[in-house]
Design a protein around this ligand. Structure first.
Ligand code: SF4
Length: 323
């Protein structure tokens, strides 16, 4: 099946200067129709940068190397107008804070109508009706009243539902959710995750879910990509990676997942050390300073990314290629 989104050796730098360090390096992955990909990693791992590159939403001064293909089309080869049209009609994003995607001084209804500007087959009344129906579909009571409210009059959970409704109004091929539940309480988080699961069933496309929460990945995603300091260190089907993580960083993330800890504890485990910034990467394996399994070779040689099973790969000197 053709990939909805295909990345090949993608790198991102936040400067037009080619000597500036890449914040994301050599990322290769595919997301196919019907799949939900979980992009995981700590803060500073590059997952939100990668999501922004997927959505064509990197800041103006950023540059991308490698290839980003959407439905087989090279996004870099498109002019700005074609990229904007793609974003408006095929790619939708749900941000961590819906205030970043909703205009605070415009009523919800007007915004949801404007989100459908590309639906030239519908007049303003039909777009309004479609927006009301969508608010009801994402579980909001009194959608007619919501349409007349401003974002600041809504709770965080309701704002996130409005953001999901806005994304679904696009009927996207690719839905990118960037830590959409981080600011929410546990009950609202559950509801939003279920809504995104339902959204995947509604769209004829794929979902990319960015999170640092391995529990959410297990519940929602089919496959996962683990990023560390801007590089993909492990990728594969979620059930396989959870059952047999091959990279020490993936194992460390799983060890910190509260859902996997049998004895409730006041002190959740953490990974000692910090993610190195792009300009100060260690010379060998980028995880070596924090890796409990590091060996001498890890300090000097970068591990290759090796296939470990069909559809699975990891980058670690301790792994032997098996596929
Ligand atoms: Fe750890 Fe070495 Fe593997 Fe890097 S290559 S993850 S330092 S064992």
């Amino acid at each position: 099946m053709t990939a909805v989104l295909s990345l090949r050796d993608v790198g991102i730098r936040y400067s037009p200067d080619p000597r500036a360090p890449l914040a994301v390096r050599n990322v290769t992955l595919d997301v196919r129709q019907g799949e939900t990909l979980g992009l995981v990693g700590e803060s500073g791992s590059g997952k939100s940068s990668l999501a922004a590159a997927m959505a064509g939403l990197l800041p103006r001064q950023a540059t991308t190397v490698g290839q980003v293909q959407f439905d087989g089309q090279d996004m870099a080869a498109m002019d700005a107008r074609a990229q904007r049209r793609l974003r408006g009609a095929k790619i939708a994003t749900i941000a961590q804070d819906p205030f970043t995607s909703l205009n605070p001084v415009v009523r919800i209804g007007r915004q949801l109508v404007e989100f459908q500007h590309w639906r030239t087959d519908l007049n303003a009344t039909a777009r309004w009706r479609r927006a009301v129906e969508m608010l009801a579909r994402v579980g909001l009571s009194d959608p007619d009243i919501r349409m007349k409210q401003f974002p600041h009059q809504l709770s965080g959970g309701i704002r996130q539902r409005v953001a999901i409704a806005a994304a679904l109004l696009v009927n996207p091929r690719l839905l990118i959710a960037d830590e959409p539940t981080t600011a929410l309480d546990a009950t609202t988080e559950d509801q939003i995750i279920e809504l995104i699961r339902a959204a995947r069933a509604q769209i004829e496309g794929a979902v990319v879910f960015i999170t640092h929460d391995m529990g959410v990945v297990r519940r929602l995603c089919d496959k996962m990509a683990v990023l560390y300091a801007g590089e993909l260190v492990e990728a594969g089907p979620v059930d396989q990676v959870f059952a047999d993580p091959r990279h020490p960083y993936t194992r460390a993330l799983l060890a910190c997942d509260p859902a996997g800890i049998e004895e409730p504890s006041r002190n959740l485990p953490t990974i000692p050390g910090v993610v190195p910034p792009p300009g100060a990467l260690p010379p060998g394996c980028i995880f070596a300073p924090r890796c409990p399994a590091a060996r001498a070779v890890c300090q000097t040689e970068k591990p290759p990314r090796l296939p470990v099973a069909p559809g699975r790969a990891a980058a670690c000197h301790l792994i032997e290629a098996t596929a």
